[in-house]
Design a protein around this ligand. Sequence first.
Ligand SMILES: *Cc1c(COP(=O)(O)O)cnc(C)c1O
Length: 418
Amino acid sequence: MSKPSPAHRPTGTTASPQPAPGPSPAVMPTYARQDLVFERGEGAWLYTVGGTRYLDFASGVAVNALGHCHPRLIAALDDQSRKLWHTSNLYRVAGQEKLAERLVATTFADRVFFCNSGAEACEGAIKAARRYHFVSGQPERWRIITFKGAFHGRTLATLAAGGNEKYLEGFGHPADGFDQIAFGDHAALEAAITSATAAIMIEPVQGEGGVRSVPDQCLRGLRELCDRHGLLLILDEVQSGVGRTGRLFAHEWAGIEPDIVAVAKGIGGGFPLGAVLATEAAAKGMTAGTHGSTFGGNPLATAVGNAVLDVVLEPGFLEGVVSKSLQLKQGLEGLKDQFNGVVEDVRGRGLLMGLKLAPHVPAAELVRAASANEHLLLVGAGDNVVRVLPPLVVEDAEISDALTRLARVLGGFAKSKS
Ligand SMILES: *Cc1c(COP(=O)(O)O)cnc(C)c1O
């Protein structure tokens, strides 16, 4: 078990300004990373150590809602960092109470629980739904119906909820309590509901699964179905929330009120923050001692979360997202027409868009080509889809710029591969 002396990197604490070529073996190699190291960012732009700039239409996977280094977020973090970082939830946290009250005032929710990530928000949502039935005298109702292609995180329960076999492999029996059905199969959904079902859990727009939107009338149908069977409707808005689709939350487009919503990614604008939003009824089981998080909603995180809401809730901000998204969508539709052998479909809502690519163009290859040849950052997704996720503060000229770069990338695949 003796450890060989590290050959790859010098030891010691002195930071070297230039990162060594290739990823450090000291970091567990769980990601297929691009060999890029960014040093700073501004708005929709990222700069490498060498000063090369990249147009960021990945936004840290829909996290940097306000782009990089937004002055309001810097000010909030800087100000809070000089006062108080962390006290734990043994005490009241002023920023947390303020953020919760604002989320309650602007959404369906009456209660908010804070955590640090999307998976934790989904776990909290699952726990709240199970506790709801438990305290309602129906402890046997603890199973959750989920959908193929879903992604709810990488913890053991959320992996089982997502049901992706590739992600579950090698981690033992998947956690029990999830019944997965095909996306859009209404008959299978009705048939899956039993006396043990507690809730239906769904992303209004599947992100990782390939940017598949649930039509508004289907969300309304799910609401009715849940009401008819006494089930809770859990929405995973970790990716679609906080303005990403042009509404504060994507379900608002359908005009429905869910029972529980999982939130993360954009709410912290880059600071790790997650939240479980719930109605008073759905939260009724979450009493003292039932759930917790040491870091959840700490003063630093909630100071930033409040600053994100300051900007996103400013009059006109979400309307701006809608108009930018129309420009982006039109441009992407144009690219689909122009490169119809490469792009099969344009999907998504707001600034959560996806291009479904032809089978001979693997999404991962297109993401790499966009980055390497055009310095345009995109994100891969399931179902051979490339996600286009600019920050919500992206400017019209930057959308045009990205579309021009993307056209050249697609052109390369049209010529060389078809
Ligand atoms: C990213 C994501 C998660 C998981 O979030 P983490 O912060 O990575 O744990 C869960 N659900 C959806 C819809 C997501 O997009």
